[in-house]
Write a new protein. Structure first.
Ligand code: RAM
Length: 374
């Protein structure tokens, strides 16, 4: 109930404020599209998929079997995406098959994809652990009549009909680069704690940060000393953060463009009373205790988007592909339930994508209201 009231208040705030870039304070994040916790309780059994022969025939609008494959189990961000996906499928009267692979690897996802092909699901919406390595498995799915889209972390153009993107890649890179610049005071050493070295989304954001840094002399006094990989595992992310502190005594800022990495790094820095500061992409629920402007807190501010809404949009995109309402081509338009109308556009890799919105800044002024939402 509290969550619903907060959603209404925050939605009203959003309506009153124009979405624009990642600037401080002038932008509001979208509240969850649905009470996902209630939907989660009513989740249908995973084995309720139809037989393989049914996959090629479009079901009645919304009534299909829609699969979501996240990067890995045990990541609260992925669970929030799954909540949104489940609630949208429940709303449409369909069946959701939610799969969290055991590890954040392409191999683990290929095993899941093959099982979904055998089950004969109508669609697969996947957050890729590797942009290219899933191509054969996803082409096999497509050949079996299964509609494929990616969400959060893209697969390559040949493997998908459309990518459901949280925000523009350059836009996220710009938010993060400007935060590093600001928190470092315009100069000094900084490092990245990423997810896996193959993660398409993190790699795209890191590439965007690097090209922004190299193309503008404003950033000339910043030195990126290392990109470390915590593999979206809390312990490994902790270990690589500690190694950065040991290896670079002059380090000023760490940027972690992953919710797992930023939470682990925040704890290391704050527990040690380190002067190294942190920014990146984090879940408010996990980061609230680390966000603050003073020496007692490791993270002055960070960014994210609404992962519940991302999953919700992924489900409606899947259903629109399955019903034939869209093919995933640029210019295709469709309605995503309570989130309203969306249009597919050309993506940076020449494939297509639909964009949820702009990244949102979380700082001491708003973290308290958001930490109970996601
Ligand atoms: C982690 C995952 C996910 C990413 C977020 C920001 O949870 O790597 O893919 O979008 O961080």
């Amino acid at each position: 109930m509290k969550k619903k009231v907060l959603s209404v208040i925050l939605s009203a705030a959003m309506a009153a404020t124009l979405l624009a870039g990642c600037g401080g304070g002038g932008q509001e994040a979208a509240a969850p599209a649905a009470d996902a916790s209630a939907a989660q309780e009513e989740a249908p059994a995973e084995d309720a998929a139809p037989a393989a022969d049914d996959a090629a025939e479009a079901p009645a609008a919304g009534a299909g079997t829609y699969a979501l494959v996240t990067k890995s189990a045990g990541n609260p961000f992925n669970e929030k995406v799954a909540e949104g996906f489940q609630s949208a499928v429940d709303e449409m009267g369909g069946t959701a098959v939610i799969q969290h692979p055991e590890s954040a690897t392409a191999d683990a996802q290929i095993t899941v994809i093959q099982s979904l092909i055998s089950q004969g699901v109508d669609s697969i919406c996947i957050a890729a652990n590797d942009e290219n390595a899933l191509q054969a498995a996803l082409e096999e799915a497509a050949a079996a009549g299964i509609k494929v889209c990616s969400v959060d972390s893209t697969v390559n153009v040949a493997s998908r009909s459309v990518h459901v993107n949280q925000a523009g890649v350059t836009e996220i890179g710009q938010c993060l680069m400007d935060a590093v610049y600001d928190i470092a005071g315009g100069e000094g050493q900084w490092a990245i704690v990423s997810a896996t070295s193959q993660a398409a989304n993190q790699n795209a954001w890191i590439d965007a940060m690097k090209s922004i840094m190299e193309s503008d002399s404003k950033y000339a006094n910043l030195e990126l000393v290392e990109v470390a990989y915590g593999d979206d595992e809390p312990q490994k992310s902790t270990d690589v953060t500690q190694a950065l502190l040991t290896n670079y005594p002059d380090l000023k800022v760490i940027c972690a463009p992953t919710t797992v990495g930023i939470a682990a790094a925040a704890k290391v820095l704050q527990d040690q009373g380190s002067s190294v500061k942190l920014t990146g992409l984090g879940l408010p629920s996990e980061m609230a205790e680390y966000i603050g402007d003073d020496d007692a807190h490791s993270c002055p501010y960070m960014f994210l988007w609404n992962p519940v809404d991302l999953g919700y949009l992924g489900a409606y995109t899947s259903a629109a592909l399955v019903s034939g309402e869209i093919t995933g081509a640029a210019g295709d338009k469709y309605a995503a339930g309570t989130m309203g109308d969306y249009e597919i556009v050309t993506a940076g890799d020449s494939g297509t994508e639909v964009i949820l919105g702009a990244p949102f800044k979380f700082d001491p002024s708003n973290i308290e209201e958001w930490k109970s939402v996601y």
